[in-house]
Write a protein that binds this ligand. Sequence first.
Ligand SMILES: [Zn+2]
Length: 467
Amino acid sequence: MKAVLGKQQGRKSCSRALLKIAGREESGREDSNLRPQRPERCALPICATPRLPVVLLYSASMNAANMKYFVLIMDGAAGWALPANERKTCLELARTPHLDALVKTGTLGLVHNVPEGMEPSSACACMSLLGYDPRVYYKGRGSIEARSMEIPVREGEHVFRCNLVSVRDGRMDSYSSGYINNEESRELILALEAAVGDDEVSFFPGISYRHICKIKGHEDVLEAKCTPAHDIPGGVISQYLPCGRGSEFLRDLMSRSVEVLENHPVNVSRRARGEVPANMMWLFWGSGQIPPMPSFSETYGLSSAITSGVDLLQGLGKMVGMKVLDIPGVTGDIQNDYSAQIRGAVAALDTNDMVVAHVEAPDEAGHDGSVADKVEAIERIDGDMVSVLRELAEDGVRILIAPDHPTPIEVQTHVAEPVPFLLCAEGMAGNGGARFTEDEAARTGVVVTDGFSLMGKFTAREVPRWH
Ligand SMILES: [Zn+2]
């Protein structure tokens, strides 16, 4: 960061950005550390302090020939009207002064990120937002996780998510084996590799309960109907084992895992400590090889970076050659450090044409069925992050804000419905929307049916227009 700041000291844009922030009426949250300490001038000592207005971190490299782009993905932020909350959605319930202000300067509309008939996973929907057609490139979650873990998947090979789960009395007691630690789970995965692994089957230890199993040949395993372990808490497992064509091979592997794991020394000590044993592996999210994807820079002519607290999104970024930012404090839950994430993301604009910030928190709150947490996540995004994006927009940075898919509180899972998007570019005016909500977006009449096409419009030379 020091190098970046050093470059900018004394530049004109530095004081311009500072003055702009100083004149800002609406501020973010009270605890926001994005506000200037001494806004009246940009003397060198201020630029050298670590707690700076974030705009300073990139602005020196901005010029007309070097357009910058920022994409904010509010994972699962969209939803349905809540009967118990005045029939309002969480986006409507949340207080979002910065989103409201930005909406009045750009195009608000609806975007379909999940093609018809495809699963509304974050990876599928985010692939659209990043400008790639999921109908061509989405082959399931397993293969994206494998790519993220740098596990090669060749032609004729298939990868599955392999959870270490805890089964008691024939029921799914814990899909995460009580969030087993990396050391213990690694030992168990290596035991599986030794006992069950062969030329066709191999195991790759990941984080906590999440691992990868790769199967060579057996083409029909991808046709088996598999159920994610986290979808069947307390369920009778015999009712949810892989079924249909290709399932026999998977069921055999899963039952053999019980023999290896049940009395493994790791589980003996876990039981002795009163912890649940990791006594079975559970396979799902089977995926084939991903066809070669052209990089983001080849496709859109822009260098890019992504920040996310979620492996899957980091994997997606890697797949298209985006730089994956490592920003301390960025997590996949509502404890996310929103300020740190936006600061790190904006700093990355200095060396990248586009930065994508993916925030998982609203989706997590949706899965938990918590209106309060989801509204809080949206308000934190608005106060800590969108407040900064307003400054970027005023400096000519193009801004795209959208959830990937809705995660309605009522169903606590993703649905394949369109979501609101907001696109701001210099020279653009508002198209009638007053707030960033599902209804207001629908009312503008702007609908992008192929979500992946939005990126082309966003990055086009001319100002994007809808008629
Ligand atoms: Zn998502």
